[in-house]
Design a binder for this molecule. Sequence first.
Ligand code: PEP
Length: 321
Amino acid sequence: ATRATLEPFDGTGTTADGHRVPLLANVGGGEEAAVAAAAGAEGVGLLRTEFCFLNRTEEPAVEEQVAAYKAVFEAFPGKKVVVRTLDAGADKPLPFLTDATEPNPALGVRGYRTDWTSPGVLERQLRAIARAGAESGAVVWVMAPMIATAEEAGRFAELCAAAGLKTPGVMVGGPSASLAAGSILKRVEFASLGTNDLTQYTMAADRQLGPLAGLNDPWQPAVLRLVQATVQGARPQDAAEAGAKSVGVCGESAADPALAVVLVGLGVSTLSMTARALPGVAAVLRSVSLDQARELAGRALSAASSAEARAAVRAKLPVLD
Ligand code: PEP
C-alpha cells in the first residue's frame, strides 16, 4: 500500500479492529481551536494556557482568562478539552511568574512549582477555567505541568475541587512522575504524557539544543519504557480499585504515525497532536490491529537504540513505504 491508498480522516481515531483511540488536538488559543475543530479533532488534549499570555508582565485578570478559555471551549461543544494550567518557565518564560535569572530554568521553579513562589495565581486560574467551563458546553479536564510527586498531585486535586473542577490530572513530563504514576494516579483522575519534556528529562538533554537532537528523540527505548511504566501505574493495583485511569500522550511523538502506533500498543488511550498531523496518524492507526500495535511496541521496547526502534517498526508498517 502507499500513502495514496490511505483513507482520509473522518474524525474517529480507531485501529483496524475497532479499538477506539480518540485523536485530539494541541492548541494555544481560540483561533487554533477553531482550525483543529474544522480538521476533525475529537477534542483538545492540550490547551497550552501560557500561550494565551506570553510576554505579560502582569497576571491576566480572571475576566480576561475566562474569555480566552471560553474561545477554545466554544469550538468544541460537548467534547473533551484538557486545559493545562500555566506551564511557565524554561522555554516559555512568563515575566509575571518566572525568574529569568535562574541558573537552570528547566530544573527550576516552573509549571506547577510557581504556586510555591506566586501563591494565588493558580487558584485564580482554576476559578477562571471553572467559570469558562460553566459558561460553555465543553467537557473540561484540567492538568498541572511539572508534577514530580504524589503529594503535589494531591494538592493540585484539592485546589481543583475547591474551584469546582471535577476532573484533575497531571502531565507526566519527568521520570519521577512516570515511575510514581501508581501513587500519583491514586490522587488524580488521569495523566497525559508530555513526551517532549519526558524525553528531555530522561535523556538529560536540553530540548532546545540542536546538537543534542539525537538524544532528544522520543524513540529512545528508555523513554518508551517510561511510557510503559506510566501506563502500568494507571492500571488497578488490586481488585478493589476501579478500572485503569486514562493515560494520553500530548507530546510531538503522537504526531509521528509510526510512533503513534507504538504508543497505542503500549496502552496509551488518547493521542493529542498538532491538527495537521491528524489525518496521517488516523490513517496509519487504521492499518493495524491492536494486537499488531502491541507487537510493534514490543519490538520498539527491546531495540538497542532509537534508530533501531524506528527502523524495526517502520519496516512492519507498509503504509509508510
Ligand atoms: C511536552 O512536554 O511534551 C508537551 C506537550 O509540552 P510542551 O508544551 O512543553 O511541548
